[in-house]
Design a protein around this ligand. Structure first.
Ligand SMILES: Cc1ncc(COP(=O)(O)O)c(C=O)c1O
Length: 400
C-alpha cells in the first residue's frame, strides 16, 4: 500500500464564508457584530435552545458559564466536580473562574466521569458538576442529572468535543443549566478559534454577554451591537457612560466577525460533516474488531448518538509493545496521533501544586499512559481508513 498522510484534524471553509471574510475586511466591521449574532442564533437553533453566547475559546466558554454562578451566591474557591481525565482546558477553566477543582476518576467504557464516585466528593462548598463528553461519547447523564438535582447543584456540560451528540434522544449540552462547546479547528463545527455556550435561561445569557465583555453593565444585544452610540436604558440608572460600568469581574472573550462567518459556513454543512465522521468512526471501529486482543475502544450504546471528535483506543495491559513504539510506527507511516490526554491531578506538571499522588486516579492514569486518539474527520476517506487498519495490522505482525 502506498504511504499516505492522515492528519489529526481539519477545518472546512466554505466558498460563501471566504466571500464573507473578504466583505468583512473591506468594510472593516471586524469585531463582534451581526455575524456573531447570526452564528449564535443558528447555533442555538440546531441545539434546540433559546440562547447561545459566542466567546473566544471553549476554555472561556466553560470559565464564563461557571462564573455565572457568582451572580447566584457562589464564592471564590467553592468546589467544582469534574473528571480527572479530560483536555486540560476543562480544569484550567475552573481555576480561571476562581473555583477549586475536585477531580473524580473516569470509566474505561466511556472515558467519562464515573458517576458512582461523585456523591462521596460532595461537600458544603460544592457548587457544580462539570461532566465532559470526551470524544463525542456522552457521559452518563441519567445518573449525573439525578445527583445534581438531589444536591441542588449547577450542571454545566463540557460538550467541547460533542457537537450533535445525543443521549436518550436529547441533545448533549441541553441537560443542565448551560452547555459549553469549543469551535477550535478540528472540532465538528469550527470558527478557527472560538467557543459557545448554550442555555434556555435568559438571565444566564445576559450575564454571559456581560462576562465576555469585561463584566460590563451593558449586556443586552442592542448595546453590544451599538456600543459606538453609548446609548443604553441603563445609562440613566448609573448616570455615567454605561460602557465603563462593570457589574462583575469579567473576561475579554468576544468572538470576531471573521470567526463567526467561518462558523456560519460550517453550520450549513454540519450535518454532512457529522455524517462523514460517524461513517469513518464505525468503519474504523469495525476494522478494530480484529485487534481487540490488543486495544479497547468506545462503543455507541443504544440510548446515545456519538458525534466522533476522533477515534480513541487504549493498549490492553497484556500488550508486549509500548505506546511509544506504536506512535513512532504510525507517525513514520504518515498517521498523526495524539495521546488520549492524561490524569490532570497526577500526571500534569502544572497541577502538582494540588498535592495529589500517582495512584489516586487509577483509570485516568492508565488511559493517560496507554491511550491514543487519531483523526477520523470529514476529509478522511474509506481508503484512508483501510490504510490506517493495514498499518496497524503490519505493526502488530512485527511487535504484537
Ligand atoms: C474536552 C475539552 N474541553 C475544553 C476544551 C477547550 O477548548 P479550546 O481549545 O477551544 O479552549 C477542549 C478543546 O479541544 C476540549 O477538548
Amino acid at each position: 500500500m502506498d504511504k499516505r498522510k492522515i492528519p489529526f484534524g481539519t477545518i472546512s471553509i466554505t466558498e460563501k464564508a471566504k466571500n464573507l471574510v473578504y466583505e468583512i475586511l473591506e468594510t472593516k466591521r471586524v469585531s463582534q457584530g451581526k455575524y456573531v449574532k447570526e452564528f449564535e442564533e443558528k447555533f442555538a437553533e440546531i441545539c434546540g435552545t433559546k440562547y447561545a453566547v459566542a466567546v473566544s475559546s471553549g476554555t472561556d466558554a466553560i470559565a464564563l458559564a461557571l462564573s455565572v454562578m457568582y451572580d447566584y451566591g457562589a464564592q471564590r474557591q467553592d468546589e467544582i466536580i469534574l473528571p480527572a481525565l479530560t483536555f486540560i482546558g476543562t480544569a484550567n477553566a475552573v481555576l480561571m473562574a476562581g473555583f477549586s477543582p475536585v477531580f473524580i476518576d473516569v470509566e474505561f467504557e466511556t472515558l467519562n466521569i464515573n458517576p458512582e464516585k461523585i456523591e462521596e466528593k460532595i461537600t458544603k462548598k460544592t457548587k457544580a458538576i462539570l461532566p465532559v463528553h470526551l470524544m463525542g461519547k456522552p457521559a452518563n447523564m441519567y445518573k449525573i442529572c439525578e445527583i445534581a438535582k438531589k444536591y441542588k447543584l449547577f450542571l454545566i456540560e463540557d460538550a467541547a468535543e460533542a457537537h450533535g451528540a445525543k443521549y436518550d434522544g436529547k441533545n448533549i449540552g441541553t441537560f443542565g443549566d448551560m452547555g459549553c462547546f469549543s469551535t477550535y479547528v478540528a472540532h465538528i463545527i469550527s470558527t478557527i478559534e472560538g467557543g459557545i455556550i448554550i442555555t434556555d435561561n435568559c438571565e444566564y445569557a445576559e450575564i454571559l454577554r456581560s462576562l465576555r465583555s469585561h463584566g460590563r453593565a451593558c449586556k443586552c444585544d442592542v448595546c453590544v451591537l451599538n456600543t459606538s452610540s453609548g446609548y443604553c436604558q441603563k445609562r440613566f440608572k448609573y448616570g455615567r457612560d454605561i460602557r465603563f460600568v462593570f457589574e462583575r469581574v469579567g473576561f475579554s472573550s468576544k468572538m470576531n466577525e471573521i470567526e463567526a462567518v467561518i462558523g456560519l459556513g460550517n453550520l450549513e454543512i454540519y450535518k454532512e460533516i457529522l455524517e462523514q465522521r460517524r461513517k469513518n468512526f464505525f468503519q474504523l471501529k469495525e476494522k478494530f474488531e480484529k485487534f481487540k486482543e490488543y486495544f479497547y475502544t468506545i462503543n455507541e450504546d443504544k440510548n446515545e448518538l456519538i458525534s466522533p471528535h476522533a477515534f480513541p483506543f487504549i493498549l490492553k495491559d497484556n500488550c508486549k509493545f509500548t505506546r511509544d513504539q506504536l506512535v513512532t510506527y504510525l507517525n513514520e507511516n504518515g498517521i498523526d496521533t495524539r495521546d488520549l490526554f492524561s490524569s490532570i491531578p497526577t500526571q500534569t506538571p502544572g497541577y502538582k501544586f494540588l498535592g495529589y499522588k500517582e495512584g489516586d486516579f487509577p483509570v485516568a492514569e492508565y488511559i493517560g499512559n496507554n491511550g491514543l486518539h487519531i483523526g477520523i474527520h470529514q476529509e478522511i476517506t474509506e481508503e484512508d481508513i483501510e490504510y490506517i487498519a493495514e498499518t496497524i495490522k503490519n505493526f502488530l505482525e512485527i511487535y504484537g
